[in-house]
Design a protein around this ligand. Structure first.
Ligand code: GLU
Length: 420
């Protein structure tokens, strides 16, 4: 297979970064050019204009996106992101990552992603509801229980999924399986909200088991204290690890003896940020990424660990709780420094695994207890970790290379089995 422009230049928007990782995987598997292109190109990209009448009477115009990467293994699946940085390249990269993620952990979905380039913190509840309903009005033909199943992502939550479902149901009737991450009362799943954070904790647990290392008192640094980072911190704390530093979009804090997570939660809820917490010292978000620790968990946005940052990282293991935090040019730097990376397609897959459980419950109209969700998440993610670790050992490659190897082979086989 000849070199692509993307892998040579490797500019680091998420679509290029993901495509470059994919290209390397196809090369190692000796796939031809056509196969790489089949795997790399999304099957559909939709952009819609979303005019919003704001509460003060102004009209703002936003762009909504849905990129459907592939569906050979099942319906397209992936989150909806509301964030000012949402653009076609980011959504395209995230959609491809979802295809890989669902394949690594073997849930019967393809991959997709969508979003709106808005700042949800600046919109009122009425405005958020209006823009969500407007989005459904424009894309309802492209989504559906067996077609494409959105879910929460950065800047979206169960309430937004509820509005999405309600608008969809006005046209197609009751269809809870059209979105996952819904509120429990209308067909959501126990443990869905904490699922991505729980997945991060399970992957760390499996890694420690694989290395025959204890978890107790290992030092953890978490970038991002949103849905993923906060739940991961709580669950890792319960497992006996010490969370020494966390950050959010407004600041970062450090306490080398371990943060009191209950008090920190109260502080975050009352002030809106982790910054200024009395049980820790304020540091810069940049300093946080460079702290010596056992596990560094980037759980914020993509591209936060680029080549320059990677050179300064002192963590022993990087656990990608976010999608795409380590750019393609940063990855070999971490490898050279012997820093293990537990890749996003594995470490951030807890959310979509529990989304799959929610979808199954919606199809069967048979809700599961929280305990069963946790047990099945542990089993499914545990198996996926063991598979990735075994391939990495067998092929003497990184965990990311092993995960891509598994996913790419799986997707290719499904495309070929289905035919054209
Ligand atoms: N947004 C989450 C992710 O990136 C969940 C996607 C889903 O559940 O479909 O993995």
């Amino acid at each position: 297979m000849s070199e692509t422009k993307s892998s040579k230049r490797a500019p680091m928007d998420l679509a290029t970064s993901t495509k470059s990782y994919l290209f390397e995987a196809c090369k190692r598997l000796d796939f031809d050019e056509q196969t790489f292109r089949l795997l790399a190109e999304p099957s559909r990209e939709v952009r819609v204009e979303l005019p919003l009448r704001c509460d003060d009477g102004r009209i703002e115009i936003y762009s909504g996106y849905r990129v459907q990467h592939h569906n050979a293994r099942g319906p397209y699946k992936g989150g909806l992101r509301y964030h000012p940085t949402v653009d076609p390249a980011e959504v395209r990269g995230l959609a491809c990552l979802m295809s890989l993620k669902t394949a690594v952990v073997r849930v019967p979905f393809g991959g997709a992603k969508g979003g709106i380039n808005c700042d949800p913190h600046r919109l009122t509840q009425r405005e958020l509801e209006a823009i969500t309903r407007a989005f459904v009005e424009k894309i309802h033909r492209n989504v559906g229980v067996n077609i494409d199943v959105p879910a929460p992502d950065v800047g979206t939550n169960a309430q937004i999924m509820a509005w999405f479902h309600d608008e969809f149901a006005k046209i197609y009737g009751y269809s809870p399986g059209v979105v996952t991450g819904k509120p429990l009362i209308i067909g959501g799943c126990e443990g869905r909200e904490e699922a991505t954070g729980r997945g991060v904790a399970i992957v760390i647990q499996e890694y420690a088991k694989h290395r025959a290392e204890p978890l107790e008192d290992k030092q953890v640094v978490i970038e991002g204290f949103g849905n993923v980072g906060r739940h991961a911190a709580r669950l890792l704390g319960e497992m006996g690890l010490k969370i020494i530093a966390v950050s959010d979009s407004k600041g970062a804090i450090l306490n080398e003896n371990g943060l009191d997570l209950d008090e920190l939660g109260t502080h975050k809820d009352s002030t809106g940020s982790v910054a200024g917490f009395s049980g820790a010292q304020d540091i810069t978000p940049d300093e946080l990424l460079k702290l010596p620790c056992d596990y560094l968990v980037p759980a914020a946005l993509d591209g936060t660990i680029d080549a320059a940052t990677a050179k300064k990282i002192k963590a022993k293991v990087v656990v990608e709780g976010a999608n795409g935090p380590v750019t393609f040019d940063a990855d070999p730097i971490l490898k050279d420094k012997n820093i293990a990376v537990l890749p996003d397609v594995l470490a951030s897959s807890g959310g979509v695994i529990v989304s799959y459980f929610e979808w199954v419950q919606n199809l069967q109209q048979l809700p599961w207890e929280h305990e069963l969700v946790v047990q099945r998440l542990n089993e499914k993610l545990g198996k996926a970790c063991q598979h990735v670790f075994a391939v990495a050992t067998g092929q003497e490659c990184t965990f990311r290379e092993a995960a891509y190897h598994i996913a790419v082979q799986e997707i290719k086989d499904a495309i070929w089995a289905a035919g054209f």
